[in-house]
Design a protein around this ligand. Sequence first.
Ligand SMILES: Cc1ncc(COP(=O)(O)O)c(C=O)c1O
Length: 392
Amino acid sequence: MPGFSTRAIKAASRVPRVPQPPVNVPIYQTSTFEVADAAELAGLLEFEREGHSYSRHSNPTHAALEDALAELEGADAGVATASGMAAAHAAVLSILSSGDELLMPTAVYGGMLGLARRVLDRSGIATSAVDTTDIEAVAAAIGPRTRLLWLETISNPTTAVADVEALAELAHARDVLVAVDNTFASPALCTPLALGADLVVHSTTKYIGGHSDLIGGALLGSADRVAAARAVVVNAGGNASPFDAFLALRGLKTLAMRMERHSSNALAVAQALEGADGIAAVRYPGLVSHRQHDLAQRVLRDGMAGGMLAIELAGGREHGERFLERVRVAVHATSLGGVETLVSHPASSSHRQLRAADLASAGMSPGMVRVSIGLEESADLIEDLAAAARPA
Ligand SMILES: Cc1ncc(COP(=O)(O)O)c(C=O)c1O
């Protein structure tokens, strides 16, 4: 009879047979999978046969999230990643090589600037920026080396809305592919592939997870494009963790309901704060005063505009920083898309890399604060944010 340690390892590794499917996708917390022979493993590692070999390559919990997101985004396939930035990295590197150029919005999530300046630049991939709300400017900015146009459905943090349909038509006519970061809208509000995008990227850390308790990302598109992106993820080690994939799956189940409440809360707050003491402007695509309100109504579903708004405080940078210290219901923290309202000051956090002139050309004033409206009572949020904005 084998010794205790041998028996313990065997006994504790026996996977249960489950005749009744569990209601939730189990967390397959395993790094590796047993195979019958060398040919099986080789086939799995090359994705030539169905199944899983090693969790950097694939894992059943990742696969469940990939399939769910692909279905909701109207994609053939998807790959779940360790973070939104791992998905962005895979999207860019699966399309661009040294000598190519990425064209992105001037108003873009700061992490994309970090990717461009600290990673792509060193790999010989150039980046240029353009105001993607100006179609003629985008046409003029596409050069002979441009291979990919990056868009955000709703931009972080300025809430500019991308006319994905018009921009995809323009880009495709010039042999340029289009990737859309759909993090702010989520598939509950917009499905960019249906508007002509080639790839959709998500930080599942945000609305898809919805509870500020995971870091994850995903990339969705055609089978070929996702296979190319998966090759980057597998070889660069950007795969998701099974537990985070499980949390993202759990979040997906209530995404539609949460987006409705985020949207109705954000609209109520935006309307109440517009013109309030100490506030120069409120930028929210659901407001009639938003310069792309009509486009937002077309691009986003059922008149909803999501939970993100930008507030321009009248007193500049100091006012922005003071606002963060004065909130009581909202929490001063980076990130967004959770059940709790979060406030941040892009000029000193997510967009700290930008100089004053770059901030201005991206549409950000020094006193702009970003608010991720949560699921609390809107009256409590209005009272809290209005008090925090009031001049000292
Ligand atoms: C619009 C947008 N895209 C991508 C990311 C990156 O996501 P992650 O932090 O999961 O890498 C963020 C993070 O804030 C974001 O706001």
